[in-house]
Structure formats: structure tokens, C-alpha cells
Write a protein that binds this ligand. Structure first.
Ligand SMILES: Cc1cc2nc3c(=O)[nH]c(=O)nc-3n(C[C@H](O)[C@H](O)[C@H](O)COP(=O)(O)OP(=O)(O)OC[C@H]3O[C@@H](n4cnc5c(N)ncnc54)[C@H](O)[C@@H]3O)c2cc1C
Length: 310
């Protein structure tokens, strides 16, 4: 029989684990139900650079992002455990004036010939997810491998249910505004790249980025709306390698370590953080729809959702 819980968080990616951690730290007896191990979630695929990319609503995203930035800055003091490092890099073609008011709060951001140079959190997600799970366990939270077909299953075991199901929210809520935005990456042996670089092409689903992570140089990418394919496409991988080699020619000969694909959990109306009553008297708190920046807003969104838990 399962232990008593005050709250069940459905979803064990970065949103679910961060929300559960904040609740557990407040003394809430929390359990996370996740159909996948953290290492098999979209969160584990993310690059992951702190940057509010492909996420709405703009009016709220800046605040959530900055709140999360301050936490990652602290966590970067211990990168081996937390997975968070502060790394310099350039957003190609970017200008401060084109960004929201949040960008004025980025310390040391400088416009250079090629774009915007700034030092940002670069997060090794497998390590960060493990760190979140460990902190959660220390705070008394429990992660269970369990798939649900409806929130009533969780409501039968706890008075509060938190929906951090990412793309799973499409069926569970149900919410037809939730849609996959496919992203493909190639991880290569790092030929000596120690700064990150991005170049977005607004006219195409292709982007170009290089993120130096401890396990290799992560090369991207794509943003293919409504494309649910989870297998890597060999031709897309070749195109990613070619685009990145135009930025850093030494990438061309680098040994490929792995191919990764993830489906960003986008939502037409933007991130949903909202509470609603459940039949039978329970409370359902939503925290889903983080699109291309769930890592960037994780802490801010988790706090907003945890506040709704009461
Ligand atoms: C290629 C790629 C690159 C990215 N790069 C970045 C980046 O650089 N920076 C950034 O901030 N973001 C990035 N993202 C976006 C980021 O990965 C997502 O926004 C984030 O991971 C969403 O987290 P989540 O916890 O909400 O969802 P997920 O990680 O998808 O987790 C959903 C959880 O819900 C569970 N679940 C779903 N349905 C059910 C069910 N029925 N029953 C039980 N459990 C269920 C799943 O098992 C999983 O545990 C990237 C994404 C991709 C694909």
C-alpha cells in the first residue's frame, strides 16, 4: 500500500520534480507519479541553456525566468552535483532592444558584432534531474513509476493533485492546445568548443546551436511544430552537423556520440498555472505547457504552482 500523501504531482520531468521539491520543503507530504524515469523525459533531452525561447505568455515568462536564473546562479557553485554551470556565449544576431524588459536584468550582457554576448546557466539535465530527485528524497518526497489515465486516480489518494504532465496534459486534461514541437540534437566528442553559440532562423524550423556539456558537445537543432516523431532522422542529423560546422569548422570531423529527439510540450495559450476544483472536493493545480523553455522557467513556475496548493 502507498504511503499517505497531501499532494500527488503527476509528472517527473523538470516541472514536476521542481514543484514537488518546493512543496516537500514546505512540509507537504508529496509523491510524484511519472510514467517515465526522469532520464526518459523531454527534460532529459534539453540542451539546456537558460533562455526564454518558444514560450508564452511573454508578460509572465520574464519574471519566472529571472526568478529561476537567480536559483541557477547559486546552484552553479557546485556544478558536479547540480549540473548547472555559468558559461559565456553568443546569441547570434540578437539585440537587447528586441528582447523583453527581462533582458535588461542580465548582468554583463554586451552587444558585439555577431550578436549578444552573455554568461548564462548551461544545465546538464541528466545530472540536474538526478540532483532534483535526490533533494526531493531528502525532503521526504517519493517518486513512483506510475502512469495515470485521469487525475481522478491521483485524487483518490491525495486531496491535491498537481498536473506537470508536459505533453501528457493533452490527453489528461484534456487540452487540444497542447502540441509537440519536435527537437532533434546530435552529441559529438567536443573538439575544443568551450563557449555556447545559438543562431535562430525565424523563417525556418531549423536553428543552429552548440552547447558544450560535460558528456559532449550538443549540436542543434530543430523546432518542428506538430511533428510527433521520436526517432532521429539521419538527414536532419547531417543538416545539423553541416550548419554547426559552418560556425565551428572543427565540428565537421568530430565523432558522433549519440542522437537525441525530444518533443517540446508547447501550448497555444502559453504556460498554464491555474487551480480548479476536482469532483469529490479535491484540488487540481496545473503547471504545464512550457514549450521550449521549461528548464528556464522551472523554479518560477514551480513557486507559482506551489502557491496555488495553499
Ligand atoms: C531538443 C530540445 C531542446 C531543448 N532545449 C531547452 C533549453 O535549452 N532550455 C530550456 O529551458 N528548455 C529547453 N527545452 C524544453 C524543455 O525540455 C521542456 O520545456 C521541459 O523539459 C518541459 O518539462 P516538463 O517537466 O513540463 O515536461 P516533461 O519533461 O515532458 O515531463 C513530463 C512528465 O509527465 C509524465 N507523464 C506524462 N503523461 C503521464 C501520465 N499519463 N501518467 C503519468 N505520468 C505522465 C512523463 O512521464 C514525465 O515524467 C528543450 C526541449 C527539447 C526537445
Amino acid at each position: 500500500m502507498s504511503a499517505v500523501a497531501d499532494a500527488i504531482v503527476v509528472g517527473g520531468g523538470v516541472s514536476g520534480l521542481t514543484t514537488a521539491l518546493l512543496l516537500a520543503e514546505r512540509g507537504v507530504r508529496v509523491r510524484v507519479w511519472s510514467k517515465d524515469p526522469a532520464s526518459a523525459t523531454t527534460s532529459a533531452v534539453a540542451g539546456a541553456l537558460w533562455w526564454p525561447y518558444r514560450i508564452e505568455p511573454a508578460a509572465l515568462v520574464g519574471g519566472w525566468s529571472l526568478e529561476t536564473l537567480r536559483v541557477y546562479e547559486e546552484l552553479s557553485a557546485d556544478p558536479g552535483r547540480t549540473g548547472v554551470r555559468m558559461v559565456a556565449g553568443v546569441h547570434g544576431g540578437e539585440r537587447l532592444a528586441a528582447l523583453g524588459p527581462w533582458a535588461r536584468r542580465l548582468e554583463g550582457a554586451t552587444e558585439v558584432a555577431g550578436g549578444l554576448r552573455v554568461t548564462l546557466p548551461l544545465i546538464d539535465m541528466p545530472t540536474h534531474l538526478r540532483w532534483l530527485e535526490d533533494r526531493l528524497a531528502e525532503a521526504g518526497g517519493v517518486v513512483e513509476r506510475r502512469a495515470v489515465t485521469g487525475f481522478a486516480e491521483a485524487a483518490a489518494e491525495a486531496p491535491v493533485v498537481v498536473n506537470c504532465a508536459g505533453l501528457g496534459a493533452r490527453e489528461l486534461v484534456p487540452d487540444s492546445g497542447v502540441r509537440p514541437v519536435r527537437g532533434q540534437l546530435v552529441v559529438v566528442e567536443n573538439p575544443g568548443v568551450d563557449e555556447w553559440f545559438t543562431l535562430a532562423d525565424p523563417a525556418s524550423s531549423a536553428t543552429t546551436y552548440l552547447f558544450p556539456q560535460p558528456g559532449g558537445l550538443v549540436l542543434g537543432g530543430t523546432a518542428e511544430v506538430d511533428d510527433p516523431r521520436t526517432a532521429p532522422d539521419p538527414r536532419t542529423a547531417e543538416e545539423i552537423l553541416a550548419r554547426c560546422a559552418r560556425v565551428r569548422p572543427e565540428v565537421a570531423g568530430a565523432r558522433v556520440i549519440s542522437h537525441r529527439v525530444g518533443l517540446r510540450p508547447a501550448r497555444d495559450a502559453g504556460v498554464r498555472i491555474e487551480a480548479e476544483p476536482l469532483p469529490g472536493g479535491g484540488l487540481l493545480v496545473h503547471n504545464y505547457g512550457h514549450g521550449g523553455a521549461g528548464v528556464t522557467v522551472a523554479r518560477g513556475c514551480a513557486r507559482a504552482a506551489a502557491q496555488l496548493v495553499g
